[in-house]
Design a protein around this ligand. Structure first.
Ligand SMILES: [Zn+2]
Ligand SMILES: [Zn+2]
Length: 201
């Protein structure tokens, strides 16, 4: 997708109330957040008529849409109104492309960890599908891990306190310090790195 000659987000050839309905996605799509048609295309009232927002955006910000042509979403996101993600094609070509893409991207039936993707087991994360069971397992492991760490950390502190209470020599006290250090490391280990991407398909 050539973006070199692309109109900027917020271009004033479209009214302000158009842009307030658009959310810029990390992957570059201009996501329509208002009403969609039944088949998922963005709807926008313009000049007294109901228009398809992506066609309007293409026509006003990019180029004329040749008579009888459909706009193919190169990004495969029907709710996207970014002109550089659109390409005029014949309606026939549009259907063929959609079919090819659907065949190539047939919805997986299981996640990468083998959990079945029933509707109940699917959650949406930033617009993509994720496996709930994976998420649950990670949360459970993390809780288990945190509990384990806190038990260990308690044990280490008790041991250190006990050692200090005994008639400790200089070298014993160095051991006490070492124990406290171990305890600190344990606590740090308890903050498990973020796993927001958990359950990606
Ligand atoms: Zn897009
Ligand atoms: Zn899973």
């Amino acid at each position: 997708m050539d973006q070199s000659t692309s109109a900027p987000f917020g271009d004033d050839r479209l009214p302000e109330r158009f842009w307030t309905k658009v959310s810029v996605q990390p992957e570059g799509c201009w996501q329509w957040t208002a009403v969609l048609t039944q088949d998922g295309y963005p709807k926008f009232r313009y000049a007294g008529e109901m228009a398809r927002a992506h066609r309007l955006s293409y026509a006003l910000l990019h180029d004329e849409i040749p008579e009888g042509m459909a706009l193919d979403h190169l990004c495969r996101n029907r709710a996207c109104v970014r002109p550089v993600h659109l390409e005029p094609v014949t309606p026939r070509e549009n259907v063929l492309r959609g079919r090819d893409w659907a065949a190539r991207n047939a919805m997986p039936t299981h996640c990468s960890n083998g959990h079945e993707l029933t509707p109940e087991n699917i959650r949406m994360y930033r617009g993509s599908r994720r496996c709930r069971e994976c998420r649950r397992r990670i949360d459970r492991d993390r809780k288990h891990h945190a509990r384990r760490v806190s038990e260990l950390s308690k044990a280490v502190v008790q041991a250190a306190d006990r050692l200090r209470d005994l008639q400790a020599t200089e070298s014993d006290l160095a051991k006490v310090d070492a124990l406290y250090e171990v305890e600190m490391e344990l606590r740090q280990a308890a903050s498990v790195p973020s796993q927001r991407e958990a359950g990606a398909l």
